[in-house]
Design a protein around this ligand. Structure first.
Ligand code: ATP
Ligand code: MG
Length: 251
């Protein structure tokens, strides 16, 4: 569904992606592991065209997006739901208007009835009740905000969903709810998911495949068994959370 081939990206003097190769299989969840500041969000932003690669190619659903103009990129972007790291709800809009936003943007001819139906459907998919529709983001808990963000992401019925740290800052029970929702969406809608998470336990519950980003490259890729039994010192250190090993603080 998504393929990176030798993707490089630098910000000023610093080369963050140094030749990333990555395959994201359809209707599966692929987790990208890596240290803070390593370039995980940067990878995800390339998939939606928020950042342009310096070199290499990125194929999304059969099209090389590095070659596309803005109009065609917008068309590709409609297949993709992006749950931002910050949740990013619009503070001045209530829950209904937040979820309605992408539908109003992309489907100018939508009727009120269709809008109501879609919003109730996506709200129930993320396990929220409709009595919160009139509330504003500041009246919601962190976990509810993440779920409303997720409802807004899925209301467009995307083929691909990119989750940038969907469980960060949540308690273990709320994290588990989000994780189950990710799995549920994959099973129910057959979406292809890319997940970035520092939460290793939750990642193994939601992911099918795992990729380790280190020093600007994907250094290893495989299923849970492959990762759990890996002898690669980078993966061993990451999974054990030790400060001793090839991963150095601040790198
Ligand atoms: N638009 C930008 N301009 C300049 N530097 C950037 C930009 N976006 C990211 N960076 C830099 O690229 C590096 C990687 O950032 P990125 O957000 O991809 O990391 P990350 O792996 O998602 O980290 P975290 O786990 O903390 O979210 C950081 O050093 C960051 O400062
Ligand atoms: Mg990030």
């Amino acid at each position: 569904m998504i393929r990176f081939h030798n993707v490089k990206k630098r910000f000023g003097e610093r080369e963050i992606l140094k030749g990333v190769d990555l395959h994201i299989l359809p209707s599966k969840t692929t987790v990208i592991f890596g240290v803070s500041g390593g370039g995980k969000s940067t990878i995800i932003k390339h998939i939606v065209g928020l950042l342009k690669a310096d070199s290499g190619s990125i194929i999304v659903d059969g099209e090389d997006i590095t070659e596309l103009d803005e109009r065609n990129m917008r068309r590709v972007r409609q297949k993709i739901g992006f749950l931002f790291q910050s949740g990013a709800l619009f503070d001045s809009m209530n829950v209904f208007e937040n979820i309605a936003f992408p539908l109003r943007e992309h489907r100018k001819d939508i009727t009120q009835k269709e809008l109501d139906f879609s919003i109730h459907e996506s709200l129930s998919l993320v396990g929220l009740k409709k009595d919160i529709l009139k509330l504003f983001p500041h009246e919601l808990s962190g976990g509810m905000r993440k779920r409303v963000g997720l409802a807004r992401t899925i209301v467009m019925k995307p083929k691909i969903i990119l989750y940038d740290e969907p469980t960060s800052g949540l308690d273990p029970v709320s994290s588990d709810l989000i994780t189950q929702m990710i799995r549920h969406l994959q099973d129910e809608l057959g979406v292809t998911s890319v997940l970035i998470s520092h939460d290793i336990k939750e990642s193994f519950k939601s992911g099918d495949y795992f990729a380790m980003l280190f020093n600007g490259k994907i250094v290893d890729y495989g299923n849970e068994y492959f990762f759990q039994t890996s002898s690669n010192p980078i993966i061993k250190q990451f999974l054990s959370g030790s400060s001793k090993g090839p991963i150095k603080f601040g790198k």
